[in-house]
Design a binder for this molecule. Structure first.
Ligand SMILES: Cc1ncc(COP(=O)(O)O)c(C=O)c1O
Length: 432
Protein backbone atom coordinates (compact mmCIF):
# COMPACT_ATOMS: atom_id res chain seq x y z
CA UNK A 1 0.00 0.00 0.00
CA UNK A 2 1.37 3.40 -1.02
CA UNK A 3 0.66 7.00 -0.13
CA UNK A 4 -1.16 7.80 -3.35
CA UNK A 5 -4.86 6.98 -3.52
CA UNK A 6 -4.22 4.99 -6.69
CA UNK A 7 -1.87 2.68 -4.77
CA UNK A 8 -4.21 2.36 -1.74
CA UNK A 9 -3.56 5.59 0.20
CA UNK A 10 -6.14 8.10 1.41
CA UNK A 11 -7.38 10.45 -1.33
CA UNK A 12 -6.87 14.20 -0.97
CA UNK A 13 -10.59 14.74 -1.57
CA UNK A 14 -13.61 12.57 -1.03
CA UNK A 15 -16.12 15.40 -1.47
CA UNK A 16 -17.14 16.06 -5.06
CA UNK A 17 -16.71 19.53 -6.55
CA UNK A 18 -19.98 21.42 -6.91
CA UNK A 19 -21.72 19.95 -9.92
CA UNK A 20 -22.03 21.55 -13.34
CA UNK A 21 -24.22 23.02 -14.78
CA UNK A 22 -25.54 25.50 -12.23
CA UNK A 23 -29.03 26.95 -12.17
CA UNK A 24 -31.21 29.07 -9.88
CA UNK A 25 -34.63 30.65 -9.75
CA UNK A 26 -34.00 32.65 -12.95
CA UNK A 27 -33.86 29.48 -15.05
CA UNK A 28 -36.91 28.04 -13.28
CA UNK A 29 -39.12 31.07 -13.81
CA UNK A 30 -38.02 31.46 -17.44
CA UNK A 31 -38.88 27.81 -18.11
CA UNK A 32 -42.21 28.25 -16.41
CA UNK A 33 -42.91 31.28 -18.57
CA UNK A 34 -42.30 29.29 -21.76
CA UNK A 35 -44.44 26.43 -20.52
CA UNK A 36 -47.39 28.60 -19.71
CA UNK A 37 -47.23 30.99 -22.66
CA UNK A 38 -47.32 27.98 -25.05
CA UNK A 39 -44.88 29.47 -27.53
CA UNK A 40 -42.49 26.54 -27.42
CA UNK A 41 -41.16 26.66 -30.96
CA UNK A 42 -37.88 27.99 -32.14
CA UNK A 43 -36.54 31.41 -32.92
CA UNK A 44 -36.99 33.30 -35.31
CA UNK A 45 -40.72 32.61 -34.80
CA UNK A 46 -42.19 33.08 -32.18
CA UNK A 47 -38.98 33.31 -30.16
CA UNK A 48 -39.58 35.80 -27.32
CA UNK A 49 -36.81 34.34 -25.14
CA UNK A 50 -34.59 33.50 -28.13
CA UNK A 51 -34.86 37.06 -29.46
CA UNK A 52 -34.13 38.68 -26.12
CA UNK A 53 -31.19 36.38 -25.46
CA UNK A 54 -29.72 36.83 -28.94
CA UNK A 55 -29.70 40.61 -28.55
CA UNK A 56 -27.97 40.44 -25.18
CA UNK A 57 -25.50 37.81 -26.34
CA UNK A 58 -24.49 39.86 -29.40
CA UNK A 59 -24.01 42.98 -27.28
CA UNK A 60 -21.97 41.10 -24.68
CA UNK A 61 -19.58 40.07 -27.47
CA UNK A 62 -19.48 43.53 -29.13
CA UNK A 63 -21.28 42.21 -32.21
CA UNK A 64 -24.32 43.65 -33.96
CA UNK A 65 -26.22 40.44 -34.57
CA UNK A 66 -26.69 37.00 -33.06
CA UNK A 67 -28.78 34.06 -34.17
CA UNK A 68 -29.55 31.12 -31.89
CA UNK A 69 -29.21 27.64 -33.43
CA UNK A 70 -29.61 24.14 -32.07
CA UNK A 71 -25.93 23.11 -31.65
CA UNK A 72 -22.43 24.54 -31.90
CA UNK A 73 -21.71 22.24 -34.83
CA UNK A 74 -24.63 23.78 -36.71
CA UNK A 75 -23.40 27.26 -35.74
CA UNK A 76 -20.14 26.56 -37.60
CA UNK A 77 -22.00 25.04 -40.55
CA UNK A 78 -24.32 28.06 -40.81
CA UNK A 79 -21.35 30.45 -40.59
CA UNK A 80 -19.62 28.59 -43.45
CA UNK A 81 -22.80 28.89 -45.53
CA UNK A 82 -23.02 32.59 -44.68
CA UNK A 83 -19.58 33.33 -46.12
CA UNK A 84 -20.47 31.34 -49.23
CA UNK A 85 -18.28 28.26 -48.80
CA UNK A 86 -19.00 25.99 -51.75
CA UNK A 87 -18.23 22.35 -52.52
CA UNK A 88 -14.52 21.84 -53.10
CA UNK A 89 -13.41 25.00 -51.27
CA UNK A 90 -10.64 24.54 -48.72
CA UNK A 91 -10.93 25.70 -45.12
CA UNK A 92 -7.88 25.89 -42.82
CA UNK A 93 -8.48 24.46 -39.37
CA UNK A 94 -6.28 23.52 -36.41
CA UNK A 95 -5.49 19.83 -36.09
CA UNK A 96 -5.90 19.85 -32.29
CA UNK A 97 -9.59 20.49 -31.57
CA UNK A 98 -12.91 18.77 -31.06
CA UNK A 99 -14.12 16.83 -34.10
CA UNK A 100 -17.17 19.13 -34.19
CA UNK A 101 -14.99 21.92 -35.56
CA UNK A 102 -14.15 19.88 -38.64
CA UNK A 103 -17.36 17.97 -39.36
CA UNK A 104 -19.26 21.06 -40.60
CA UNK A 105 -16.59 21.69 -43.24
CA UNK A 106 -17.18 18.21 -44.62
CA UNK A 107 -20.94 18.62 -44.32
CA UNK A 108 -20.90 21.49 -46.79
CA UNK A 109 -18.69 19.28 -48.99
CA UNK A 110 -15.67 21.52 -48.51
CA UNK A 111 -12.19 20.23 -47.66
CA UNK A 112 -10.60 20.69 -44.23
CA UNK A 113 -6.88 21.47 -44.34
CA UNK A 114 -5.21 20.80 -41.01
CA UNK A 115 -2.67 23.26 -39.61
CA UNK A 116 -0.58 22.47 -36.54
CA UNK A 117 -1.05 24.39 -33.29
CA UNK A 118 1.28 26.80 -31.55
CA UNK A 119 2.89 24.95 -28.60
CA UNK A 120 2.52 28.13 -26.50
CA UNK A 121 -1.27 28.37 -26.88
CA UNK A 122 -2.48 25.04 -28.35
CA UNK A 123 -4.40 27.17 -30.87
CA UNK A 124 -3.78 27.27 -34.63
CA UNK A 125 -0.20 28.39 -35.33
CA UNK A 126 -0.60 31.55 -37.41
CA UNK A 127 3.01 31.20 -38.62
CA UNK A 128 2.01 28.02 -40.48
CA UNK A 129 -1.12 29.38 -42.15
CA UNK A 130 0.38 30.95 -45.27
CA UNK A 131 2.15 27.76 -46.36
CA UNK A 132 -1.17 25.86 -46.13
CA UNK A 133 -2.99 28.27 -48.47
CA UNK A 134 -3.73 27.05 -52.01
CA UNK A 135 -5.78 28.60 -54.83
CA UNK A 136 -8.79 26.76 -53.39
CA UNK A 137 -8.50 28.18 -49.87
CA UNK A 138 -11.48 30.36 -48.95
CA UNK A 139 -11.49 30.59 -45.16
CA UNK A 140 -9.67 30.15 -41.89
CA UNK A 141 -11.50 28.54 -38.97
CA UNK A 142 -9.42 29.24 -35.85
CA UNK A 143 -10.50 27.69 -32.56
CA UNK A 144 -9.97 29.59 -29.31
CA UNK A 145 -9.07 26.40 -27.52
CA UNK A 146 -9.14 25.65 -23.80
CA UNK A 147 -8.01 28.88 -22.20
CA UNK A 148 -6.30 30.85 -24.96
CA UNK A 149 -7.24 32.71 -28.14
CA UNK A 150 -5.78 32.01 -31.55
CA UNK A 151 -3.61 34.95 -32.64
CA UNK A 152 -6.39 36.98 -34.20
CA UNK A 153 -4.08 39.88 -35.11
CA UNK A 154 -1.92 37.66 -37.31
CA UNK A 155 -4.89 35.71 -38.67
CA UNK A 156 -6.83 38.82 -39.69
CA UNK A 157 -3.73 40.27 -41.37
CA UNK A 158 -3.25 37.11 -43.44
CA UNK A 159 -6.97 36.92 -44.21
CA UNK A 160 -7.04 40.48 -45.51
CA UNK A 161 -3.88 40.00 -47.56
CA UNK A 162 -5.04 36.71 -49.11
CA UNK A 163 -8.74 37.59 -49.39
CA UNK A 164 -9.92 34.86 -47.02
CA UNK A 165 -12.87 34.85 -44.63
CA UNK A 166 -12.51 34.05 -40.92
CA UNK A 167 -15.00 32.07 -38.83
CA UNK A 168 -14.00 31.93 -35.15
CA UNK A 169 -14.91 28.71 -33.33
CA UNK A 170 -15.86 30.21 -29.95
CA UNK A 171 -17.21 27.04 -28.33
CA UNK A 172 -14.74 27.54 -25.45
CA UNK A 173 -14.76 31.32 -24.95
CA UNK A 174 -18.16 32.67 -23.95
CA UNK A 175 -17.56 36.21 -22.78
CA UNK A 176 -13.90 36.23 -23.76
CA UNK A 177 -12.36 39.37 -25.22
CA UNK A 178 -9.42 40.00 -27.52
CA UNK A 179 -8.09 43.58 -27.29
CA UNK A 180 -11.46 44.72 -25.95
CA UNK A 181 -13.47 43.02 -28.72
CA UNK A 182 -15.77 40.13 -27.94
CA UNK A 183 -14.88 36.62 -29.03
CA UNK A 184 -16.43 35.99 -32.43
CA UNK A 185 -16.69 39.67 -33.35
CA UNK A 186 -13.19 40.05 -34.78
CA UNK A 187 -13.54 37.56 -37.64
CA UNK A 188 -16.43 37.57 -40.12
CA UNK A 189 -18.55 35.41 -37.84
CA UNK A 190 -18.23 33.63 -34.50
CA UNK A 191 -19.79 30.26 -33.68
CA UNK A 192 -20.67 29.30 -30.09
CA UNK A 193 -21.86 26.07 -28.47
CA UNK A 194 -24.16 25.81 -25.43
CA UNK A 195 -23.66 22.05 -25.01
CA UNK A 196 -23.77 20.97 -21.38
CA UNK A 197 -20.04 21.15 -20.56
CA UNK A 198 -19.67 24.71 -21.84
CA UNK A 199 -19.20 27.95 -19.85
CA UNK A 200 -22.89 28.68 -20.29
CA UNK A 201 -25.32 26.00 -21.33
CA UNK A 202 -28.88 25.01 -22.08
CA UNK A 203 -28.06 21.31 -22.57
CA UNK A 204 -27.66 21.59 -26.33
CA UNK A 205 -27.62 24.77 -28.37
CA UNK A 206 -25.51 27.26 -30.23
CA UNK A 207 -25.31 30.79 -31.60
CA UNK A 208 -23.72 32.60 -34.50
CA UNK A 209 -22.66 36.22 -34.11
CA UNK A 210 -21.54 38.74 -36.72
CA UNK A 211 -21.31 42.44 -37.51
CA UNK A 212 -22.40 41.88 -41.10
CA UNK A 213 -26.11 42.13 -41.91
CA UNK A 214 -25.80 40.07 -45.08
CA UNK A 215 -24.17 37.18 -43.21
CA UNK A 216 -26.77 37.47 -40.48
CA UNK A 217 -29.58 37.21 -43.01
CA UNK A 218 -28.01 34.16 -44.63
CA UNK A 219 -27.61 32.44 -41.27
CA UNK A 220 -31.26 33.13 -40.44
CA UNK A 221 -32.47 31.66 -43.72
CA UNK A 222 -30.22 28.62 -43.57
CA UNK A 223 -31.33 27.60 -40.09
CA UNK A 224 -34.99 28.42 -40.70
CA UNK A 225 -35.75 26.13 -43.67
CA UNK A 226 -34.73 28.75 -46.21
CA UNK A 227 -37.35 31.30 -45.19
CA UNK A 228 -36.58 34.96 -45.74
CA UNK A 229 -34.70 36.59 -42.88
CA UNK A 230 -36.47 39.08 -40.64
CA UNK A 231 -35.00 42.10 -42.51
CA UNK A 232 -34.45 40.43 -45.94
CA UNK A 233 -32.47 43.32 -47.34
CA UNK A 234 -30.27 41.09 -49.49
CA UNK A 235 -33.07 38.81 -50.79
CA UNK A 236 -30.99 35.65 -50.47
CA UNK A 237 -32.89 32.48 -51.20
CA UNK A 238 -31.29 29.19 -50.30
CA UNK A 239 -32.04 25.63 -49.29
CA UNK A 240 -32.27 25.74 -45.54
CA UNK A 241 -33.02 23.32 -42.73
CA UNK A 242 -34.71 23.37 -39.38
CA UNK A 243 -31.79 24.10 -37.10
CA UNK A 244 -33.79 26.40 -34.81
CA UNK A 245 -33.31 26.54 -31.06
CA UNK A 246 -36.50 25.91 -29.09
CA UNK A 247 -37.76 28.38 -26.54
CA UNK A 248 -37.18 26.12 -23.52
CA UNK A 249 -33.49 26.14 -24.26
CA UNK A 250 -33.36 29.82 -25.16
CA UNK A 251 -35.10 30.65 -21.88
CA UNK A 252 -32.36 28.98 -19.86
CA UNK A 253 -29.65 30.93 -21.68
CA UNK A 254 -30.74 34.37 -20.43
CA UNK A 255 -29.99 33.69 -16.75
CA UNK A 256 -26.87 31.72 -17.73
CA UNK A 257 -25.53 34.81 -19.50
CA UNK A 258 -26.42 37.06 -16.55
CA UNK A 259 -24.32 34.81 -14.31
CA UNK A 260 -21.29 34.69 -16.60
CA UNK A 261 -19.46 37.93 -15.62
CA UNK A 262 -19.38 37.00 -11.93
CA UNK A 263 -18.27 33.46 -12.71
CA UNK A 264 -15.58 34.84 -14.99
CA UNK A 265 -14.16 36.93 -12.13
CA UNK A 266 -14.16 34.00 -9.70
CA UNK A 267 -12.48 31.68 -12.22
CA UNK A 268 -9.84 34.22 -13.11
CA UNK A 269 -8.97 34.93 -9.47
CA UNK A 270 -8.77 31.20 -8.72
CA UNK A 271 -6.61 30.54 -11.76
CA UNK A 272 -4.20 33.26 -10.69
CA UNK A 273 -4.04 31.74 -7.21
CA UNK A 274 -3.52 28.26 -8.65
CA UNK A 275 -0.72 29.43 -10.93
CA UNK A 276 1.00 31.28 -8.12
CA UNK A 277 1.02 28.09 -6.06
CA UNK A 278 2.35 25.71 -8.72
CA UNK A 279 4.49 28.15 -10.73
CA UNK A 280 7.93 26.76 -9.97
CA UNK A 281 6.98 23.10 -9.81
CA UNK A 282 9.32 20.83 -11.73
CA UNK A 283 7.41 18.64 -14.18
CA UNK A 284 4.75 21.25 -14.93
CA UNK A 285 4.52 24.12 -17.40
CA UNK A 286 2.00 26.77 -18.42
CA UNK A 287 0.62 28.03 -21.68
CA UNK A 288 2.19 31.40 -22.46
CA UNK A 289 0.41 34.39 -20.87
CA UNK A 290 -1.41 36.45 -23.51
CA UNK A 291 -1.97 40.12 -22.59
CA UNK A 292 -4.09 40.66 -25.72
CA UNK A 293 -6.82 38.55 -24.05
CA UNK A 294 -8.53 41.38 -22.19
CA UNK A 295 -11.28 39.23 -20.67
CA UNK A 296 -10.45 35.60 -20.05
CA UNK A 297 -12.89 32.76 -20.62
CA UNK A 298 -11.25 29.47 -19.69
CA UNK A 299 -13.38 26.52 -20.78
CA UNK A 300 -10.73 24.39 -19.10
CA UNK A 301 -7.55 25.08 -17.23
CA UNK A 302 -4.86 23.54 -19.42
CA UNK A 303 -1.57 22.62 -17.79
CA UNK A 304 1.50 21.07 -19.37
CA UNK A 305 3.03 17.93 -17.87
CA UNK A 306 6.60 17.10 -18.80
CA UNK A 307 7.26 13.38 -18.51
CA UNK A 308 11.02 13.86 -18.81
CA UNK A 309 11.00 16.11 -15.74
CA UNK A 310 8.84 13.66 -13.80
CA UNK A 311 11.08 10.61 -13.74
CA UNK A 312 9.69 9.42 -17.08
CA UNK A 313 6.30 8.56 -15.62
CA UNK A 314 3.80 8.89 -18.48
CA UNK A 315 1.01 11.46 -18.40
CA UNK A 316 -1.65 8.73 -18.30
CA UNK A 317 -0.39 7.60 -14.87
CA UNK A 318 -0.11 11.18 -13.57
CA UNK A 319 -3.67 11.99 -14.67
CA UNK A 320 -5.15 8.73 -13.36
CA UNK A 321 -3.42 9.38 -10.01
CA UNK A 322 -4.95 12.88 -9.80
CA UNK A 323 -8.37 11.51 -10.67
CA UNK A 324 -8.08 8.95 -7.90
CA UNK A 325 -7.14 11.74 -5.48
CA UNK A 326 -10.57 13.20 -6.30
CA UNK A 327 -9.61 15.76 -8.96
CA UNK A 328 -11.52 15.54 -12.26
CA UNK A 329 -9.08 16.04 -15.14
CA UNK A 330 -8.14 14.49 -18.46
CA UNK A 331 -5.06 14.02 -20.60
CA UNK A 332 -6.33 12.74 -23.93
CA UNK A 333 -9.21 15.19 -23.93
CA UNK A 334 -8.74 16.03 -27.61
CA UNK A 335 -6.46 14.55 -30.21
CA UNK A 336 -5.41 15.59 -33.69
CA UNK A 337 -8.68 15.15 -35.51
CA UNK A 338 -7.00 13.27 -38.37
CA UNK A 339 -6.08 10.51 -35.86
CA UNK A 340 -9.36 10.41 -33.97
CA UNK A 341 -11.63 7.37 -34.02
CA UNK A 342 -14.49 9.88 -34.41
CA UNK A 343 -13.13 10.86 -37.80
CA UNK A 344 -13.58 7.79 -40.03
CA UNK A 345 -13.76 9.98 -43.10
CA UNK A 346 -14.36 8.26 -46.45
CA UNK A 347 -13.84 9.89 -49.82
CA UNK A 348 -16.93 8.07 -51.12
CA UNK A 349 -19.07 10.03 -48.64
CA UNK A 350 -17.44 13.41 -49.27
CA UNK A 351 -16.91 13.71 -53.01
CA UNK A 352 -14.92 16.97 -52.84
CA UNK A 353 -12.02 14.97 -51.40
CA UNK A 354 -11.56 13.44 -54.86
CA UNK A 355 -12.27 16.36 -57.17
CA UNK A 356 -9.41 17.36 -59.45
CA UNK A 357 -7.00 14.93 -57.80
CA UNK A 358 -5.42 11.74 -59.13
CA UNK A 359 -6.13 10.06 -55.77
CA UNK A 360 -8.76 11.07 -53.17
CA UNK A 361 -7.31 12.96 -50.22
CA UNK A 362 -6.57 10.54 -47.41
CA UNK A 363 -7.15 12.93 -44.51
CA UNK A 364 -6.29 10.31 -41.90
CA UNK A 365 -2.79 9.71 -43.23
CA UNK A 366 -1.87 12.94 -44.93
CA UNK A 367 -0.86 14.90 -41.86
CA UNK A 368 1.70 14.85 -39.10
CA UNK A 369 1.34 17.86 -36.78
CA UNK A 370 4.02 17.49 -34.09
CA UNK A 371 2.81 20.18 -31.69
CA UNK A 372 -0.77 18.84 -31.81
CA UNK A 373 0.43 15.28 -31.28
CA UNK A 374 2.66 16.27 -28.38
CA UNK A 375 -0.17 18.18 -26.69
CA UNK A 376 -2.64 15.36 -27.28
CA UNK A 377 -0.59 12.29 -26.46
CA UNK A 378 2.04 13.50 -23.99
CA UNK A 379 1.69 16.91 -22.48
CA UNK A 380 -1.71 18.56 -21.96
CA UNK A 381 -3.74 18.07 -18.79
CA UNK A 382 -7.25 19.54 -18.91
CA UNK A 383 -9.10 20.56 -15.71
CA UNK A 384 -12.79 21.45 -16.22
CA UNK A 385 -13.77 25.06 -15.59
CA UNK A 386 -16.20 24.30 -12.77
CA UNK A 387 -13.31 23.25 -10.49
CA UNK A 388 -12.37 26.95 -10.43
CA UNK A 389 -15.73 28.27 -9.25
CA UNK A 390 -15.31 27.47 -5.56
CA UNK A 391 -13.27 29.05 -2.78
CA UNK A 392 -9.51 28.91 -2.25
CA UNK A 393 -9.78 25.64 -0.31
CA UNK A 394 -11.03 23.95 -3.47
CA UNK A 395 -8.02 25.22 -5.37
CA UNK A 396 -5.72 24.14 -2.53
CA UNK A 397 -7.06 20.61 -2.89
CA UNK A 398 -6.11 20.55 -6.58
CA UNK A 399 -2.63 21.82 -5.74
CA UNK A 400 -2.27 19.35 -2.85
CA UNK A 401 -3.19 16.47 -5.16
CA UNK A 402 -0.67 17.62 -7.76
CA UNK A 403 2.13 18.00 -5.20
CA UNK A 404 1.30 14.68 -3.55
CA UNK A 405 1.36 12.90 -6.90
CA UNK A 406 4.65 14.45 -7.98
CA UNK A 407 6.24 13.81 -4.57
CA UNK A 408 5.30 10.15 -4.73
CA UNK A 409 5.61 9.65 -8.44
CA UNK A 410 7.82 6.57 -8.08
CA UNK A 411 4.70 4.70 -6.86
CA UNK A 412 3.34 5.02 -10.40
CA UNK A 413 6.26 3.30 -12.10
CA UNK A 414 5.01 0.24 -13.97
CA UNK A 415 1.63 0.45 -12.21
CA UNK A 416 -1.31 -1.37 -13.81
CA UNK A 417 -4.65 0.32 -13.12
CA UNK A 418 -7.93 0.65 -15.05
CA UNK A 419 -7.73 4.44 -14.75
CA UNK A 420 -4.31 4.44 -16.42
CA UNK A 421 -5.51 2.10 -19.17
CA UNK A 422 -8.54 4.32 -19.74
CA UNK A 423 -6.28 7.39 -20.08
CA UNK A 424 -4.52 5.61 -22.94
CA UNK A 425 -7.78 5.56 -24.92
CA UNK A 426 -9.55 8.33 -26.84
CA UNK A 427 -12.55 9.65 -24.93
CA UNK A 428 -14.87 8.06 -27.47
CA UNK A 429 -13.34 4.63 -26.86
CA UNK A 430 -13.45 4.66 -23.06
CA UNK A 431 -15.96 2.61 -21.12
CA UNK A 432 -17.65 5.44 -19.26
C1 LIG B 1 -14.08 23.45 -30.02
C2 LIG B 1 -15.47 22.99 -30.29
N1 LIG B 1 -16.03 23.25 -31.48
C3 LIG B 1 -17.28 22.89 -31.78
C4 LIG B 1 -18.06 22.21 -30.86
C5 LIG B 1 -19.41 21.75 -31.28
O1 LIG B 1 -20.43 22.14 -30.44
P1 LIG B 1 -21.73 21.23 -30.20
O2 LIG B 1 -21.31 20.05 -29.38
O3 LIG B 1 -22.67 22.13 -29.49
O4 LIG B 1 -22.24 20.82 -31.53
C6 LIG B 1 -17.53 21.94 -29.59
C7 LIG B 1 -18.34 21.32 -28.52
O5 LIG B 1 -18.61 20.33 -28.20
C8 LIG B 1 -16.20 22.31 -29.30
O6 LIG B 1 -15.65 22.04 -28.12
Amino acid sequence: MGKLAITGGTPVRTKRFDPWPVYADGEKSALDDVLTNRNWGGQPFPGKHGDAFAKKFAEFHTAKYAQCVNTGTVAIQAALKAIGIEPGDEVLVPAYTWEGTVGPILLVNAVPVFVDVDPDTYCIDARLIEEAITPKTRAILPVHLGMRFADLDAIMTIAQKRNLKVVEDCAHVHGGMWRGKGAGSVGDLGAFSFQSSKLMTCGEGGAVITNNLEYFERVQSYINTGRASVTDKFKHRMIGFNYRLGEFQAAVLGPQLDRLPKQQQIRQANIEYFEARVRTTRGLGFLKPEPRITRTAPYSYVLKYFTDQAKDIPRAAFVAALQTEGIPCDGLFYEPVYRSSLFPVKASEFPALSWGRPEPLDLRNLYRCPASERAAYQEAVWFPHYLFLGDKKEIDSIVDAIFKTLDNIEELRGLEHPGIRSQGLSRADRES
